[in-house]
Design a protein around this ligand. Structure first.
Ligand code: NI
Length: 186
């Protein structure tokens, strides 16, 4: 099932999502819906709050990013109850976008590498390290679980410049190729 994607301004995107107790959720179906929704919107990552669910789960699929120098083979994953243990390395800039903030892309600086613990969709405890673009995608999605969005990293000036556009997005006044749910839509 493809869900509409929740737009900037919806309070669910600003809450800290809750841990998922073991066995409390039909993970398989939920994950399938998450991937379907993400692909329908041509995304490379999607966090549960973006479909209106305040739980700690996100999915990624970077395998289509084959124009990158980095090998993305196998980077289609489900992160349940993830915890970033540490981040290190020089911060680097990359122009990020977000399905909940359509048609806006801005540079965000993030540390190069991270270590993350999580459960996979089978409930296996995982402990892995990622760098480069994979780390960046994880950092962006992980932020969503803590109510954070990439525009939060921008300078006050940049934020002021984007204010009108963000307001329009909250009202659903934005063009997308996918179904959206906008909080201020009348
Ligand atoms: Ni996002």
């Amino acid at each position: 099932m493809v869900y509409p994607i929740v737009m900037y301004g919806d309070p669910i995107l600003r809450k800290r999502s809750k841990e998922i107790p073991e066995g409390s959720l039909d993970i398989k179906t939920f994950v399938q819906d998450m991937f379907e929704t993400m692909y329908a919107a041509n995304g490379i990552g999607l966090a549960a709050p973006q479909i209106g669910k305040g739980i700690r789960l996100f999915v990624v699929d970077g395998t289509a990013l084959d124009d990158l120098e980095e090998d993305m083979t196998g980077f289609k994953k489900v992160f349940v109850n993830p915890v970033i243990i540490n981040e290190e390395g020089d911060k680097w800039d990359f122009e990020e976008g977000c399905l909940s903030i359509p048609n806006i892309r801005e540079n965000v600086a993030r540390p190069e590498r991270l270590r993350i613990r999580y459960e996979d969709e089978e409930g296996n405890a995982m402990d892995e390290e990622y760098g480069g673009m994979k780390a960046r995608i994880i950092q962006h999605e992980y932020d969503h679980l803590d109510g954070k969005m990439f525009v939060d990293y921008l300078t006050p000036l940049k934020k002021r410049m984007l204010k009108g556009k963000l307001k329009d997005i909250s009202k659903g006044d934005v063009h997308t190729e996918y179904r959206i749910s906008a909080p201020l839509k009348k």
